[in-house]
Design a protein around this ligand. Structure first.
Ligand code: ADP
Ligand code: MG
Length: 163
């Protein structure tokens, strides 16, 4: 596949590495940021979010939100991460009741299964696509949409890979 110039592709070789990469990403996120996580069951999305929440400074533990729709993680300074699993939503129409804008005002928004509610999400976002490769190996593709996320990815690249 032809990669977009600002995208970043890399491999994780263990759940711990995925968590560490999540910590890097979480430490760079700001209030208002939107991260869309795609990938099949077992791709490592929730593992990555565990790292993101830790990097954000969150005090509470991450669980899979599949049965509760939204989990909220908060850091001592008060900003939240909203972790939304759209798997059970049928359309963007259902997402309208969720007040995504308010979540975005108050924190960062992380969405699993974003394709379910695509038109309800802001166009500018960081797309993260995860794929199972082998037992402990997962490929990760960061695709920034919008200048803000291009900068975020290049800062992530610099800190995570020193390049
Ligand atoms: P998802 O949320 O995408 O369904 P999870 O993070 O819940 O995925 O589960 C991923 C599973 O794969 C976990 O059991 C985790 O331990 C395992 N795993 C093995 N290698 C990796 C890796 N490199 N990165 C993330 N998870 C991995
Ligand atoms: Mg999950």
């Amino acid at each position: 596949p032809i990669l977009e110039p600002n995208s970043l592709e890399f491999t994780s070789r263990s759940p711990e590495q995925t968590r560490r990469l999540g910590i890097r990403l979480g430490s760079l996120l700001q209030v208002g940021d939107v991260v869309c996580l795609s990938g099949d069951l077992g791709a490592g999305k929730t593992t990555l979010v565990q790292g993101i929440a830790q990097g954000w400074g969150s005090l509470n533990a991450v669980s899979s939100p599949t049965f509760v729709l939204v989990n909220v993680y908060h850091r001592p300074t008060g900003e939240h991460i909203y972790h939304l699993d759209a798997y059970r939503l049928q359309s963007a129409l259902e997402a309208e009741d969720l007040d995504l804008e308010i979540m975005q005002e108050q924190g960062a928004l992380i969405v699993e299964w974003p394709e379910r509610i695509d038109s309800a999400l802001p166009r500018e976002r960081l797309r993260v696509e995860m794929q199972y490769v082998a037992d402990e190996q997962r490929s990760m593709l960061f695709r920034p949409e919008g200048e803000h996320y291009v900068r975020l990815v290049s800062e992530f690249r610099r800190r995570a890979f020193g390049g």
